[in-house]
Design a protein around this ligand. Sequence first.
Ligand code: SF4
Length: 361
Amino acid sequence: MSINFNLKQISNWISYFFEKESFRNVEEKFNVRKEIIHEFISQFRKNPIKFFIALAYQDISLLKNPIEIKLLELLMIEKKRRNLKANKLVFLGMANLANYYWCAMKSYYKSKEGEEMFFGAYLVDRIMYALQLDYIKKIPKNPIELLEIGSQISLKDIEKILHKRNVVEKNINIITTHNIIVENGVEKIVVNPNLDENEKKFIIEEAKSNNIEIIDAEKHPLILGEMVETTKAEKYSTIRWNFEWKDFVLVGVPDGIANEFVYEFKTTGSEFLSHYVKPVASTQADLYGFFFNRNNKRVQIYLRDSGLTKTWEEEINKENVNDLLLKFEKIDRELPIAPKKWKCKSCEFFEICQISPLKNI
Ligand code: SF4
């Protein structure tokens, strides 16, 4: 991205944009060449967050960097703004929280590890939706003003955006055919096992002709789950948003939000494993239903070995949500009960885990 603007220009143009709600006539008003304004507009529209961060920090070089460069610093400012300690876990994902019923300790470790990312999602959503809702009337002049953007967004506003998506996204059905991963600096390919045979053959032959190694999808359960979801899950619109519960900010994006219910879809290898996945899927749906204000949940688990999909439709269990949040809240003071040993065998937190029963053998 070539940066030909200075901060003062950017600040003037964006202010004018909010005032007039359009970039039209900026050329005349500021006596700037049309091409320069057009380049600026396209860069601003592609990534308004970068512009806001650069303006808040009064540092144009930030336009050249990924937004992640300031996330940790902003996270610390946000915690201070909320009168919370820097090491207190605040921003977490609902999916990680629901994993409490797979292993409570893992759910905590994953939440700690992912806090900066969930804070990033929180910040991006607030700014993007505030822009969409026309709530930004002045540009942020410091980090605090940046963090205040979007504070007036309500669940009603989120419903409004979701409704627009419902209209726009109706019948859109995007299937992920494959995913490229990088292992030890080498690109490899994971093919969606649910494609029809001809499609699979085509992708595999393409990969072979480009000397790209094909990896067994079962070795990458997260990628596999996401790919299978695009072929097997039901299609509903959805939206990512965050909700406060005591000191926590919970970020969630359901697999679907219909008028009467939230939808959660999971894949697992077998019927046996589905008994362990069900409490997680069901709780995740409870969290979504509770916070996005739906009374019912529709949960599906796709079994890869048999190709069957198990389906449940139930009322949202609000007590389950409350109970989970209260248990999770005290996890750093009171170690939880260990899960079944076999769950620790493939756990990425085994080395640091304080409770793994495998360590006592
Ligand atoms: S090692 Fe076992 S107990 Fe520890 S976090 Fe992982 S699954 Fe949970």
